[in-house]
Write a protein that binds this ligand. Structure first.
Ligand code: PGA
Length: 255
């Protein structure tokens, strides 16, 4: 059985001192012994504050992006080596906001995925269709292009070290959640694509997260679906109680 992963994406929120306050309150709720994997992805500037408080807990810390190059003249970019040094274990790649506002391409996501794997970071590759794409029935094509593009040239062994996050763009930050059935249908489709790209065993082990207005009231229904192996949570991960409730929803299903 695949372990569930409850992941928070803080986007451009929380200063270092706000991060500290969150982490202290979060830690006080008890972070040991959960059945699910837990991850938080703060801004680069808040990573040290988070690590200083959560570093001795099982919570994984992820960056929200990184550069595809090792080092050098790439002003404002952050390298994989820097993330490893800062004690990140994961990195989000190809989030729809990066694609939409910063022109992230499938080729770029592929380069970054390879770079993350080279440095032992787990890439969480985000894919998902817009409302227009869903309505014009090209959703499957979009998902397939994004997924296979991100995984280009990778071996099955390397693909196994990635996590896929399905985040329908129309559901992100809008309060509109995909229904569990809608999400499951796409997750099934993604797993079938992964099976074609790798093999059944690999596809069976891969974690596919759902993201897009996930919250305490829908976490249980989403996580109960067969091919939904966790949540990538934006807004609700900024509230200690909401995020913790979603961890508990996962715990119940994973036990
Ligand atoms: P949301 O964001 O939960 O606020 O919709 C999800 C995401 O973008 O990862």
């Amino acid at each position: 059985m695949r372990k569930l992963l409850i992941a928070g994406n803080w986007k451009m929120n929380q200063t270092a001192s706000q991060t500290e306050a969150f982490c202290l309150e979060f830690k006080a709720k008890g972070l040991q012994g959960h059945k699910v994997d837990i991850l938080l992805s703060p801004s680069f500037t808040s990573i040290p504050a988070m690590i200083s408080i959560l570093g001795d807990t099982p919570v994984h810390v992820a960056a929200q992006d990184m550069c595809y190059e090792d080092r050098g003249a790439y002003t404002a970019a952050v390298s994989a080596e820097m993330l490893v040094d800062a004690k990140c274990s994961h990195v989000l790649l190809g989030h729809s906001e990066r694609r939409q506002y910063f022109h992230e391409s499938d080729e770029g996501v592929n380069l970054k995925t390879k770079q993350a794997l080279k440095y032992g970071l787990t890439p969480i590759i985000c894919i998902g269709e817009t409302k227009e794409q869903r309505e014009s029935n090209i959703m499957e094509e979009v998902i397939k292009t994004q997924l296979l593009g991100a995984l280009a040239d990778l071996s099955n062994e390397e693909i196994l070290k990635t996590v896929i996050a399905y985040e329908p763009v129309w559901a992100i930050g809008t309060g509109l959640t995909a229904t569990p059935e809608q999400a499951q249908e796409v997750h099934r489709f993604i797993r079938t694509l992964l099976e074609e790209r790798t093999d059944m065993e690999t596809a069976d082990q891969l974690q596919i997260l759902y993201g897009g207005s996930a919250k305490p009231t829908n976490a249980d229904a989403l996580l109960s679906e067969n091919d939904i192996d966790g949540l990538l949570i934006g807004g609700a991960s900024l509230k200690v109680n909401d995020f913790f409730q979603m961890i508990e929803a996962g715990d119940k299903l994973n036990s």
